[in-house]
Design a protein around this ligand. Structure first.
Ligand SMILES: Nc1nc2c(ncn2[C@@H]2O[C@H](COP(=O)(O)OP(=O)(O)OP(=O)(O)O)[C@@H](O)[C@H]2O)c(=O)[nH]1
Ligand SMILES: [Mg+2]
Length: 372
């Protein structure tokens, strides 16, 4: 299910963010920059943005009615046809806004789900994204949500009647059950494969999207998975088994990146893909250190790790892109396994690899001690 964005040139978007107070404004500005990148990734064009400072969202419209009126005028003036909010809207807020603004209203989770839907390539990723979309849609299935996908043909498109809605709800529930069943089968297949790897040393690369995980993965495993300056290039896990140079067989996994306000339905349905992470012996937490808010991104990564029950796994903190840091180095945070690298320019890789080898010796010894 992909939102019909229409032709990119016809999709003109306003972005909206809310700051609790003026101190939070800068943070919201950065969040909107990221939202703009996500919007571009979805093939639409940003034509303006508003940040409102208010302590609490308006229950009916999320933003204040003054800004709703201003936005309405701006949409007409600039020929805009879509508004994207940086936070999750309640079903009622979304409905009220669409009615008042006479235009399509989307929030960050819907946008992220949409990008995932266009990027999903493998069977598992497609099923997982569809499941997440339907679970997000179900409580929102009212007049504003038409059948399985949102049809934004014309302005003010009418929703179906209550009977139709009930049929849709039932169909969605049936489809959800069907998708879960299919995913369970795939997950069982994966766990058979995983069992075979039980005694191997498993390392997973994790971190915020675009941190350079796949670039580092390619270096460590001499692979060629896709890397791009785009959000969510990787959606599926790739694993590579390495033995030369290590005291035991090592399995590296590259997987989906995290992002702020990742819809929890998405995390839940990606659980089986993310099992590569939750069952790892060691995580390489890759950070784009050229980003001013890199610390927040580390915090979000930890948040998702705890959601998938991976927060107790030992990790190396890998500050990547140090070539773009302008001489500024991120602080060590008292984490004793911290590395500064540039995966793109192959700097600092030997030291990281040496420590991975040392750690695999340590794990091997632990396993042997346990056996005897
Ligand atoms: N300057 C610089 N750019 C880098 C470095 N490492 C990766 N990149 C670039 O950063 C972008 C993202 O790299 P990826 O390896 O695709 O990042 P990722 O973490 O796998 O991203 P997703 O799969 O989208 O979550 C690409 O354009 C890379 O070329 C680095 O050390 N320095
Ligand atoms: Mg990647």
């Amino acid at each position: 299910m992909v939102i019909e964005w229409g032709k990119p040139e016809t999709e003109k978007v306003f972005l909206i963010g809310l700051a609790k107070n003026s101190r939070q404004r800068q943070e919201v500005e950065m969040s909107l920059e990221e939202l703009a990148r996500l919007t571009l990734s979805a093939g639409a064009k940003v034509i303006g943005q508003y940040i409102q400072v208010r302590p609490k969202p308006n229950p009916a419209f999320y933003i204040g009615t003054g800004l709703v009126a201003k936005l309405k005028e701006a949409l007409v003036e600039k020929n805009g046809n879509c508004v994207i909010f940086d936070d999750a809207l309640s079903p009622a807020q979304q409905r009220n806004l669409e009615k008042e603004l006479n235009t399509k209203v989307i929030d960050r989770p819907i946008l992220i789900l949409d990008i995932f839907a266009t990027r999903a390539r493998t069977k598992a990723a497609k099923l997982q994204v569809e499941l997440a979309q339907l679970e997000y849609t179900l409580p929102r299935l009212t007049g504003a949500w038409v059948h399985f996908s949102r049809q934004y043909g014309g302005i003010g498109a009418k929703g179906p009647g209550e009977t139709q809605l009930e049929i849709d709800r039932r169909q969605i529930r049936t489809r959800i059950a069907h998708l879960k069943e299919k995913l369970k089968k795939l997950s069982n297949q994966r766990s058979v494969q995983r069992k075979k790897r039980q005694n191997l040393f498993k390392i997973a690369l994790v971190g915020y999207t675009n941190a350079g995980k796949s670039t580092l993965f390619n270096l460590l495993t001499k692979s060629q998975v896709s890397t791009m300056d785009k959000l969510f290039t990787t959606l599926d896990s790739t694993t590579r088994v390495m033995s030369s140079g290590y005291p035991c067989t090592v399995v590296f996994s590259d997987t989906v990146g995290f992002i702020k306000k990742l819809p929890h339905q998405l995390v839940a349905s990606f659980k089986s893909t993310l099992e590569e992470v939750s069952l790892a012996d060691l995580l390489l937490l890759v950070v784009d250190s050229s980003q001013p808010n890199y610390q927040q991104r580390i915090a979000y990564t930890h948040q998702v790790l705890s959601e998938i029950e991976a927060s107790t796994i030992p990790y190396f903190l890998v500050y990547n892109k140090i070539d773009s840091c302008d001489g500024f180095y991120p602080e060590n945070n008292n984490h004793d396994k911290t590395f500064y690298i540039s995966a793109k320019f192959r700097q600092g890789i030997n030291a990281l690899q040496a420590e991975i080898i040392a750690y695999s010796h340590y794990l091997q010894k632990q396993k042997n001690d346990f056996k005897s």
